[in-house]
Write a protein that binds this ligand. Structure first.
Ligand code: FES
Ligand code: FES
Length: 171
């Protein structure tokens, strides 16, 4: 038996400790948003965020995630990356996209203002449909959105709206 915290909920699962986390989440918890691709840690379609890091869960023993917060695409709340993915219309077939999104979310936490080279170097998930250019644009869009959200002044410092001008008097 293993206890795993997935999307904020503690689950007890009857699996061998070396069962890949991907299969525990998909087959035992029924969360099938995270996809299986290569099964060898190469393509990234199985990416979840575990303790803040984007990990390829087809090669991650479930026992390694005990006591960690596990976030899957189903548990990702409203987020600038999601908005940017929609705005840039990133997905084509969509199969790799949950992994791409989770990778981008974790990446922006470590590098909020990435260059193209940073993205190329760190967001290495594969996409058979070749959506790489739109992924790059969406990551830049999400980075800008995050930056402007954090630049919004606190409510107490927002100036009060000006009083409306009095109506013009008739001649
Ligand atoms: S399925 Fe896990 S990296 Fe490809
Ligand atoms: S959108 Fe089809 S594999 Fe990436």
């Amino acid at each position: 038996m293993l206890q795993l915290t997935v999307n904020g909920t503690l689950h007890t699962v009857d699996v061998a400790p070396d069962t890949p986390l991907l299969w525990v989440v998909r087959d035992h918890l029924g969360l099938t948003g995270t996809k299986f691709g290569c099964g060898m840690g190469l393509c990234g379609s199985c990416t979840m965020i575990v303790a803040g890091s984007a990990l390829r869960t087809c090669v991650l023993p479930a026992s390694a995630a005990v006591g960690q917060d596990i976030l899957t695409i189903e548990g990702l709340p409203a987020h600038p990356v999601k908005d940017a993915w929609l705005a840039e219309q990133v997905p084509q077939c969509g199969y790799c996209q949950p992994g791409q999104i989770m990778t981008a979310v974790a990446f922006l936490e470590t590098n909020p203002t990435p260059t193209d080279a940073d993205i190329r170097e760190n967001v290495t998930n594969l996409c058979r449909c070749g959506t790489y250019e739109r992924i790059r644009k969406a990551i830049h869009r999400a980075a800008l959105a995050r930056a402007s959200a954090s630049a919004v002044p606190a409510p107490s410092t927002v100036p009060a709206p000006e009083a409306p001008a009095p109506p013009a008097s008739k001649p």
